[in-house]
Design a protein around this ligand. Structure first.
Ligand SMILES: [Zn+2]
Ligand SMILES: [Zn+2]
Length: 290
C-alpha cells in the first residue's frame, strides 16, 4: 500500500524550508502523490482491465476510464470485514445466513474524491510547475511561481492527503463472480466482472501486443453471457476472399489515412481508407424500418 504519510512528511519538510526551489519541488511531490493514489487504486483492479481501457493521460481520466469498465464503486470509500460462515457445501446460502454472521473489521478504504483531486492536481501545477507565458508581458524577471500562492496550494494538497491517509486498507474492484475466456488470437485470459456487464460490454485483450477485442453480450432470455470477436470481414477485390480484420484497427484510423493489409488467400496488397460518406437521413431511417 502506498505510504501516504511518507509523502506528507517529505512535502511538509520541503514546504518548511520556504525557499522557492524547495517549494517548487514540494509542488512536484504533491502532484506525484496525487497521481500515485489514482494509479494504486486502478492497479488493484488491473486483472479486469486492458491498457486500451485507460483513455487519457491525466490521473482523473485514467480513473474515469477504469470506472467506465468496472463501475463507479472503484472510486468510492468502502469497508472490508471478514466473518466465517459454517458452510455445508450442499446447502444453499441465503442473504439471511450472511446477515447472521459476526464480522470483524479489516479496514476502511478511503473515498477517492476525484473531482477535488483533479482540481488540486491542476492548480498546484498552475501556480508552481510552469513559467507562465503571461510573464512575457510583465516586468517580473522570475521564472518561478509566487511563494505565497504555492504554499497555499501545497497546504491544500497536504490537507487532502491527510484526509485520504485515514484509509488503512486499499483494494480494487470487488466484483463477485467473474466471466473469463481466452483471447482467440493470443490465448491471454480476459476477465470481466459479471456485475459490470449490463446488456453488453466491450473487452479488450490485456496483451499489449494483441489488437483483439470482444463484444460480450447478455442473453435476453436467460441472462447468460457469450462473447464474439469484434471484427469486420473485407472481401479481396481480386479473389473475393473475406479477410477478417479486428475492428479495433479501424478505430485507430483517421480520415483519409490508409491502412495496408494483405489478402489472406492471394496475398494481394490492399488499402483500407477511411472516407466520410454522407447519407440522406430520411432514406437511412426508411431503410432501417424495412
Ligand atoms: Zn489477445
Ligand atoms: Zn485475394
Amino acid at each position: 500500500m502506498l505510504d501516504i504519510k511518507a509523502h506528507i512528511n517529505l512535502i511538509s519538510a520541503l514546504r518548511d524550508k520556504e525557499d522557492i526551489h524547495s517549494l517548487s519541488y514540494a509542488a512536484l511531490e504533491c502532484r506525484i502523490a496525487l497521481e500515485a493514489i489514482c494509479i494504486e487504486r486502478i492497479r488493484l483492479s488491473s486483472k479486469y482491465l486492458s491498457p486500451r481501457d485507460i483513455k487519457g493521460w491525466r490521473p482523473k481520466d485514467a480513473v474515469i476510464s477504469a470506472c467506465t469498465s468496472l463501475g463507479d464503486d472503484i472510486s468510492k470509500g468502502a469497508k472490508m470485514s471478514i466473518g466465517s460462515l459454517p458452510l455445508n457445501s450442499n446447502e444453499q446460502v441465503s442473504i439471511e445466513d450472511f446477515q447472521q454472521v459476526e464480522y470483524s473489521n479489516l479496514g476502511e478504504r478511503a473515498d477517492l474524491k476525484l473531482q477535488k483531486l483533479h482540481r488540486l492536481w491542476q492548480r498546484i501545477s498552475g501556480v508552481a510547475l510552469h513559467s507562465p507565458v503571461a510573464r512575457i508581458f510583465d516586468d517580473s524577471i522570475s521564472i518561478y511561481g509566487d511563494k505565497a500562492e504555492i504554499t497555499k496550494k501545497i497546504n491544500e494538497v497536504l490537507s487532502f492527503l491527510t484526509d485520504y491517509s485515514k484509509g488503512n486498507i486499499e483494494f480494487g474492484h470487488l466484483s463477485g463472480k467473474d466471466y473469463t475466456f481466452e483471447c482467440l488470437t493470443c490465448g491471454h485470459r480476459i476477465t470481466k466482472s459479471i456485475a459490470s456487464i449490463k446488456k453488453a460490454a466491450v473487452a479488450y485483450c490485456p496483451n499489449r501486443d494483441c489488437i483483439e477485442s470482444y463484444l460480450i453480450t447478455r442473453s435476453d432470455d436467460n441472462g447468460e453471457l457469450s462473447f464474439s470477436s469484434r471484427a469486420i470481414a473485407i472481401k479481396c477485390s481480386s479473389c473475393f476472399y473475406p479477410t477478417v480484420i479486428p475492428r479495433h484497427l479501424f478505430e485507430r484510423l483517421t480520415i483519409e489515412k490508409d491502412m495496408n493489409y494483405s489478402c489472406e488467400k492471394c496475398a494481394r496488397d490492399l488499402i483500407i481508407r477511411l472516407v466520410p460518406v454522407f447519407f440522406d437521413k430520411t432514406k437511412v431511417n426508411q431503410k432501417k424500418t424495412v
